[in-house]
Each structure stands twice: as C-alpha cells, then as structure tokens.
Design a protein around this ligand. Structure first.
Ligand code: 3PG
Length: 297
C-alpha cells in the first residue's frame, strides 16, 4: 500500500514537472531528451524512463500521442488507501495526499473547462534562463522525492510502533526495486541509509539525503516560487517544500492554535517547560474554569 502511495507521489511530481516544462515553452522532443538525461543520474528510475518513452511516442498520424490524451486521471484507490492510513495514524504524508487530490481535481474536467473561461491567473511569462531552470526543476523533483519517501517511511515506522512490528526498512526499500513501479537507483541509497542507521528517525536526517537536499534547496525554492508566479499548479512540489520547512522548524504556530482551541472550547494547552500538564485559561473573564477533557483524534 505504501509502495503504491509513493508511486502516486512520484507520478504526480513528474506530471507537475511536465506541466512546468510546457509552461516555459520546452517542446516535447526537448522534454524527452531532458528526461533521458535525468535518467542517467540521481533520478534514474523506471518512471522517468517510461516518461521519456511516452514523450517520444508518435501516433499513427505521425503526431505525438501524449497531447491527445484526455487530462483526467483515474485511480484504483491504493493511493487513497495510503492517505487514509496516514490520517488514521496521524502521520503527515502530505505529498501522497496532494497526489490523490490532484487526481480528483483532474477528474473535474468539465468544471475546470468552465472555470478556465472565468477565473483569472497571472499574466507573467517565464523570463529566466531555460537551461538553468531545467536544472532547478531536476533539483526540485529530487528534493521532493526525498521528502515523499521520508513521509512514506514515517507511516511505516508509526504502524510498526502501534502494532509492535519489527520492520526492516532497508529490506523494504530493496524489495521495492524488484520489478516494482517505483524501482530506482534512489532506493539503493535508502537501503544504505537504513543499513548505516537502522534507527534512523527520518530519511531527511541521513547524511546522504541531508547533503542532497541542502544542494537542491535553492533550485527547489526557485521552482516553487516561479510556478506560483506563473500560475502553474505544483501541489506536490510545493507541499514537499512546506513539509521540509515545517519539519525543520523548532517552533510552529500551533501555540496560537492551542490558545484558540482553549479559548472557544476549553480544550486546554501545555506550557513550554511544563509538558504533560494540561491547563485551561479563562480567556474572557466570563468563560468559567471548567475544561473539556473528552478525546483526542
Ligand atoms: C496498478 O496496480 O496498476 C498501479 O498501482 C496503479 O494504480 P492506479 O490505477 O490507482 O493508478
């Protein structure tokens, strides 16, 4: 199930990259060549390889087949299953979630067609250097992929903790290389990271991936910012970056959220330095001192 969720994420990321390439005026032959080139390096994988083949494929009339295919994604439901499991276990698998919702949005073709006639977007055109930007896109794809796999392994780790499973994460990564849709060179690096540290908290903290994401970071941010400015939806690339920034934040604004919950529902909060003790404040002076102690999802 987690394999298929990750597969949804990888496919969504590749789709967003394709969309961005179209938006900046890369023709299909150049795209195919770019994917072919990428497949010789860090991104070497089955899905990048078949994307190159799909981009090259011409119909019986000699024209590319890909632009003729209706842009509505189907799904048999394994990505949705992963996303539901992530919600149930309380694990932020944001990229897989976005990948599932993106398929749902794509399926609203008739609605999108109508909206496209009405809703305005930015009028900006891409003005940067194509070669530099393509390298930024490659970095963004790679960094987002690292985040997605880190999230997938978070779900496995949480399920293992809940059910008292002894999971061999390196072997799971290796297993996904054997004939699987997400097979890639990258999975070998994941295996190596878990071999080095079987108790690795997050793939993001493994030296190999930390180094990769550090190098990719500027290009990644540029790609997400450019996509936003051009009005090209990149939910997976964007959520990966938002997750990365959230995960590396010692402080998040959840203190305000806790205060709001306590204000309107007496749901209580913990004070920094007094973890484990839940207190309620009578914020308005007339709300009373009774706190709610019902349940936590
Ligand atoms: C498959 O089994 O073919 C893949 O998991 C794809 O599933 P999907 O139809 O949900 O994309």
């Amino acid at each position: 199930m987690v394999h298929n969720g990750i597969e949804y994420g990888d496919m969504q990321l590749i789709g967003e990259v394709y969309h961005l390439m179209l938006a900046i005026g890369i023709n299909q032959e150049q795209m195919a060549n770019t994917f072919e080139e990428w497949n010789k390096g860090e991104l070497d994988s089955f899905l990048i390889d078949i994307t190159k083949d799909i981009l090259k494929f011409k119909d019986s009339d000699g024209k590319y087949l890909l632009p003729k295919i209706r842009d509505t994604a189907g799904q048999k439901g394994t990505g949705k299953w992963t996303a539901i499991a992530a919600l149930n276990y309380g694990m932020p698998l944001t990229l897989i979630g976005e990948a599932v919702f993106s398929r749902c949005l794509s399926a609203l073709k008739n609605e999108r067609q109508k909206a496209s006639q009405v809703l305005p977007g930015p009028s900006k055109k891409f003005s940067g250097d194509i070669k530099t930007f393509l390298e930024d896109i490659r970095q963004a794809l790679y960094a987002s992929k690292i985040v997605s796999y880190a999230q997938g392994f978070m779900l496995l780790r949480e399920a293992a903790a809940v059910h008292n499973w002894d999971l061999d994460y390196g072997s799971i990564a290796l297993m996904w290389r054997g004939g699987c849709i997400i097979r890639s060179v990258f999975l070998g690096q994941i295996k190596a990271a878990f071999d080095k540290d079987p108790n690795l908290r997050s793939l993001l903290l493994a030296p190999f991936f930390l180094d990769a994401i550090t190098k990719a970071q500027n290009g990644w941010r540029n790609v997400v910012a450019t996509a936003i400015n051009l009005g090209i939806p990149t939910p997976a690339l964007s959520t990966a970056l938002a997750f990365y920034d959230g995960y590396r934040s010692e402080r998040l604004p959840a203190n305000l959220l806790q205060a709001q919950r306590d204000y309107f529902g007496a749901h209580t909060y913990e004070l920094l330095g007094k973890e484990g003790t839940f207190v309620h404040t009578n914020w308005t002076g007339h709300g009373g001192n009774v706190s709610a102690s019902t349940y936590d999802a």
